[in-house]
Design a protein around this ligand. Structure first.
Ligand code: MV4
Length: 449
């Protein structure tokens, strides 16, 4: 087992990893930017190293500084959390070259899954359902037009280097193809330095359902059921839940075994997530595979009973997994609490928290790094807390969430707490009838008091 893990991240996920390390008897090293000198992750870790100024590019993304911090402190592994360097093939490679275990995917795995067209080709070969389309990249505008005609409009053009909706276009008829081709390629080149495009059928009003998987170094693979992440705004998830209200026993079996097939096909090592689009007829299509721990891993932990960070560390250290699949026994919901103003287009609201009171009681979990007196720096992600409820049924988990949100007091900044309170009351949400289009029609009304 590792003796000392350096956590190459900040905020709630750095704390989350430190907590599990403590329980496992593993020493921890925090890294921090000058803007985070007073952060809890710095205080909770056994050691802390300042790796640069406030800007992420010069601190949390600065590979040489992070490797130097690991070498100085004699860390034998690095946990990257999510975001930052968690899916950076070069960083994974540099860790290996320095004989530091990267608790995440190999450079080859990251590159293979990072290129969306080749990830899709890999999945087709493995027998995992994908969106009908034309295999490979489009050579030119004419090739794109011919492919779209073959597939049948509407189609979606996607950047092979893409993610988060960048370089993605819906095209409903041939007239729109030329403009989409030019603008998507330009956008993708600017964002990723790559303008490769592929085309597939456009799936109307899909749900985003993902399957948690794990694989060990000995060829055992398993799935831990799904998370429904359909409630998103501009590709930012707001609420996640498990089980999905749209799930059936038959669909879970099919998606679970497809995901295990996907993990086995690439000899996946560690914990990962296979993302799918699910249409109204419950057809499911592979979208992406994430090779990191995700923000929403918490809800799976609550319904399965595993500590997924612990599983990640154990697998990286060469321990075996059982290879058994897991089904949810409870219902869990997570609301992402962001330092944002829902009344003003969710614009970031950094600053000092003057009052902080967290809810508590049965079935409530909060993962956060904030406290009264803490100042949220303007340089990083606006997510400041994850509020999770777990209960026997969806209805009870929602009622518990309403109760928890009503107790949650954060003053000094704007947060998304009032947005979540309204969402929990929403008839469509209550019905469990939400697709990725949900937020396009949701109207936030600020409470009067
Ligand atoms: C799609 C799609 C419909 N049809 N692909 C958005 C992010 C990127 N990773 C994949 N995305 C989509 N791909 C086809 N063929 C709709 C989306 C999509 C979406 C997917 C998941 C969650 C939220 C979304 C919001 C808008 C569009």
């Amino acid at each position: 087992m590792f003796k000392k893990i350096l956590i190459a991240n900040r905020g709630e996920i750095a704390l989350r990893v430190i907590r599990t390390c403590k329980e496992m008897g593993i020493k921890t090293v925090a890294v921090y930017s000058t803007a985070d000198a007073d952060s809890l992750h710095v205080r909770f870790a056994d050691e802390a190293v300042c790796i640069g100024p406030s800007s992420s590019a010069d601190s949390y993304l600065k590979m040489t500084n992070i490797i130097a911090a690991a070498e100085i402190t004699n860390a034998d592994a690095i946990h990257p959390g999510y975001g930052f360097l968690s899916e950076n093939a070069k960083f994974s490679k540099i860790c290996a070259e320095h004989a530091i275990k990267f608790i995440g995917a190999s450079p080859e795995m990251i590159d293979g899954m990072g290129d969306k067209a080749s990830a899709k080709a890999t999945m087709i070969k493995a027998g995992v359902p994908t969106v009908p389309g034309v295999e490979g990249l489009m050579k030119d505008l004419q090739h794109a037009k011919d492919s779209a005609k073959k597939i049948g409009y509407p189609v979606m053009m996607k950047a092979t280097a893409g993610g988060g909706g960048k370089g993605m276009r819906i095209i409903r008829e041939e007239e729109g193809m030329e403009a989409a081709w030019e603008s998507a390629r330009q956008e993708s080149l600017a964002a990723f330095g790559n303008n490769g495009m592929y085309i597939e059928k456009y799936i109307e009003e899909p749900r985003h359902i993902e399957i948690q998987v794990a694989g060990d170094q000995f060829g055992a693979y398993c799935h831990m059921s799904e998370r429904d992440c359909s409630i998103q705004r501009r590709h930012q998830k707001l609420v996640e839940e498990t089980p999905s209200p749209f799930m059936t026993t038959k669909l879970r079996k099919a998606m679970g075994s497809a995901s295990v097939k996907a993990a086995a096909a690439v000899k996946y090592e560690g914990v990962g997530t296979v993302e799918y689009l699910v249409d109204k007829d419950r057809n499911f299509y592979f979208m992406e595979m994430n090779t990191r721990i995700q923000v929403e891993h918490t809800i799976t932990e609550e319904v399965i009973g595993f500590d997924l960070i612990k599983e990640q560390i154990k697998i990286a250290a060469g321990k075996k997994i059982s290879g058994k699949n897991y089904e949810p026994k409870m219902h869990a919901i997570q609301c992402r609490i962001n330092a944002e103003d829902p009344q003003n287009g969710f614009r970031p609201s950094p600053g000092a928290i003057t009052t902080y009171h967290a809810p508590g009681g049965h079935g409530i979990r909060i993962d956060t790094h904030v406290y009264a007196g803490y100042a949220i720096p303007p340089y990083y992600d606006s997510m400041i807390s994850k509020l999770i409820t777990v209960a026997q049924t969806r209805e009870e988990a929602i009622l518990k969430m309403e109760r928890a949100l009503s107790e949650y007091v954060i003053e000094g900044i704007k947060t998304t707490i009032p947005f979540h309170r309204q969402l929990m009351q929403d008839p469509l949400f209550r019905e469990g009838n939400c697709t990725t289009k949900f937020m396009e029609t949701f109207e936030y009304k600020a409470p009067k008091d």
